[in-house]
Design a protein around this ligand. Structure first.
Ligand code: NIG
Ligand code: FE
Length: 413
């Protein structure tokens, strides 16, 4: 071949002979190609189609990475748009306490829950925090996640919040998984503090310091009964927005207090949890273009009612799902979230896949087509050791992901 012939040097990858390649189309439906291949040029999807013609145009001998996907399904890598994956300590005993009937709110007001993780994070070194997060990112990647959002919020003081965001940025640099950072100083009221007084600190000290370091993209608030009220949450999110942080809201997780209307009113990128959202909330969020991020693992772990995914879908909302991985919801697996989305929230496997890819990317304002595998978009790919994407939720409790490519490079096998 001469240099002028196409794709000699820049063919990053060829995934061939897949039983099925699944893409997400602009209208949110799935595109399914049987006996298909994907050619990746310069990290982006260049061509998807029948293996014969694609491999003639993009010969495997020119590719840096060649993946034989015979008998397997190939899907977009998962985007996990809501996690608290950076923490220290162990709260498995709270899992046991909840099984004995203690509620999440009782554990928190006894100084457990988030506050206990805060104590552990403040004590942990940066290296320990980084190593914890990198190990969770390894697990996520092995389960097919190629982009993840990670929140701060276990520092609850300026120094530790900045430290968490710095560790999140370092993890992004060190790991194949793309990490999107969210500042969540308003995650709980620190022990012994008055809520308004703490909100003053978040607004006056933490947000300016976070913005100055340029270490976060979003600002999130736990707008919840017994945590931050709607006016307090509004104040935090407005201040963040004025200084360049895009709002997100933890809304109606444990009770209905109006976080959805706040998210709609602010035009937040997403409103998350929504277990107690009403029909009016669903209409307001959908009209405002706020992505509803549903977290079925949290409802499962709390033994709570699941969010009404069908009502959001019927309203035409771009429903996203996430793991909410945190010490209270200890699962890094988008496959498990998909199983719960189907069995407990009545979503179809196709809706669950779109919710964990394209819509999840929308919940993070990622506008380059991540999560779709459309031509010209990042080749973030999960190869499933099963003949169809349906096996991801169908084979519950088991990791069906065999190989993962990030920007066309094999990063897990
Ligand atoms: O999304 N709701 C607030 N934050 C987490 C829980 C964090 C924790 O318990 O450590 C959530 O469920
Ligand atoms: Fe959360």
């Amino acid at each position: 071949m001469t240099d002028s012939e196409p794709n000699e040097n820049d063919l990053t990858a060829l995934v061939h002979d897949a039983k099925q390649v699944v893409t997400v189309e602009d209208d949110g439906s799935l595109g399914i190609y049987e006996d298909a291949a994907i050619a990746v040029v310069d990290g982006d999807v260049a061509r998807i189609g029948a293996t014969g013609p694609v491999t003639r145009e993009f010969p495997p001998e020119n590719a840096t990475h060649v993946v034989d996907a015979s008998g397997k399904a190939v899907i977009p890598g998962f985007v996990d748009p809501h996690t608290h994956a950076l923490f220290a300590g162990d709260r498995s005993d709270e899992f046991e306490a909840k099984l004995q009937g203690k509620t999440y709110g009782e554990i928190l007001s006894d100084g457990g829950g988030i506050l206990r993780t805060v104590r552990a994070v403040r004590k942990a070194s940066d290296e320990e925090l980084l190593s914890n997060l990198l190990s969770h990112l390894d697990t996520m990647l092995a389960h097919g996640t190629t982009t993840v959002e990670v929140k701060s919020g276990y520092g609850l003081d300026t120094e530790t919040e900045l430290r968490m965001l710095d560790v999140i940025a370092r993890a992004d640099d060190h790991h194949a998984v793309d990490v999107v950072p969210t500042f969540m100083g308003a995650h709980a009221i620190p022990e012994g503090r008055d809520a308004d007084d703490y909100v003053d600190e978040v607004v006056e000290k933490q947000i300016p310091a976070v913005v100055e370091q340029g270490v976060a993209e979003f600002c999130d608030v736990f707008c919840e009964e017994g945590v931050f009220t709607v006016p307090q949450s509004r104040r935090v999110l407005k201040t963040g927005e004025e200084q360049g942080l895009t709002p997100k809201v933890h809304a109606e997780e444990l009770a209905h207090i109006g976080g959805s209307q706040l998210a709609a009113n602010l035009g937040a990128t997403s409103a998350d949890h929504l277990l107690y959202a009403t029909d009016d909330d669903i209409a307001a969020l959908t009209d405002a273009g706020v992505v509803p991020v549903l977290l079925p693992g949290t409802a499962f772990g709390l033994g709570a009612e699941f969010a009404d995914a069908r009502a959001f879908l019927d309203a035409g909302a771009p429903v996203a799902i996430a793991t909410d991985f945190n010490p209270n919801c200890h699962s890094q697996s988008m496959g498990f979230a998909s199983s719960l989305a189907c069995v407990e929230m009545g979503m179809t496997p196709a809706e669950a896949l779109v919710a964990g890819t394209k819509h999840a990317a929308m919940a993070l304002d990622i506008g380059d087509g991540t999560g779709t595998l459309q031509p010209g978009t990042p080749a973030d790919i999960a190869v499933i050791d099963a003949p169809s994407y349906v096996h991801v939720p169908y084979n519950f409790g088991v990791n069906t992901v065999e190989t993962v490519l990030k920007n066309g490079e094999v990063v897990h096998h």
